[in-house]
Design a protein around this ligand. Structure first.
Ligand SMILES: [Zn+2]
Length: 226
């Protein structure tokens, strides 16, 4: 009897810990989706860059995949044409601040200003207001939450880090993603990193072969399962 009770508690605990996210958590943001649905989001930080962006657009187009880009406002301003090309290709563009500072060190007003300036650049390019903020480095605190609440932004984190910024070879990126990808994962990569561009076709092909679908963060979030 005791054993059965313990097993029941264990199942309930595991469901709460690993099951679909509660409303409470979903209200503030997202780091992964439904662990029972075979879909993932490819997210790209720090763009747009001078190089490698057109290649990304072409790879996504040839595999019929849409991704989510957390853009730095000042780069979106500098490379407006490629920012529009990303948007027109159906990718989701979200907020990664204007100058990529350590947001958690700033005052709430400054944090808000960073996010607003990124939105202003998007607006001047005819791109809709962002819904998610990914603070540089993924670090966040109450000040960031307060700024986000004022702007109606949600935290957009990740659950699988490819660490592509370390310059690891493309094969290693592919191997890591294939070994680690779980249903509902939000995969972190970086815009224009040459090794990532090289790894991407194989990442997409192999995940598709394993039965994964690719969605954008807004879809993962808005399905109501998180
Ligand atoms: Zn970044």
């Amino acid at each position: 009897m005791l054993r059965k009770l313990m097993l029941l508690f264990l199942i309930i605990f595991l469901f709460i810990e690993w099951g679909p996210l509660s409303d409470e958590r979903a209200r503030y943001g997202i780091s992964s989706g439904d662990p029972f649905v075979k879909e993932v989001v490819l997210t790209f930080d720090d763009g747009p860059r001078e190089h490698g962006m057109q290649e990304l657009i072409e790879i996504f187009q040839s595999h019929d995949v849409k991704a989510t880009f957390f853009l730095v406002g000042k780069f979106a301003e500098r490379y407006g044409r490629i920012t529009n090309a990303l948007y027109n290709a159906g990718h989701e563009l979200e907020n990664h601040s204007y100058t990529h500072p350590r947001l958690y060190r700033l005052w709430v007003e400054k944090i808000q200003r960073e996010a607003e300036r990124c939105d202003e650049v998007f607006e001047s390019l005819g791109i809709r207001k962002t819904r998610f903020l990914r603070p540089p480095g993924g670090h966040f605190n109450m000040k960031i939450f307060n700024a986000m609440r004022r702007m109606n932004l949600k935290l957009g984190l990740w659950s699988l880090n490819t660490a592509d910024y370390t310059g690891r070879p493309p094969e290693e990126i592919v191997r890591l993603v294939l070994r680690s990808a779980r249903p509902g994962d939000v995969i972190l990569m970086h815009s224009g990193t040459p090794n990532t561009v090289e790894a991407l076709p194989e990442v997409i092909k192999s995940l598709k072969a394993k039965g994964f679908n690719f969605v954008r963060l807004e879809e993962l979030y808005s399905r109501g399962r998180i």
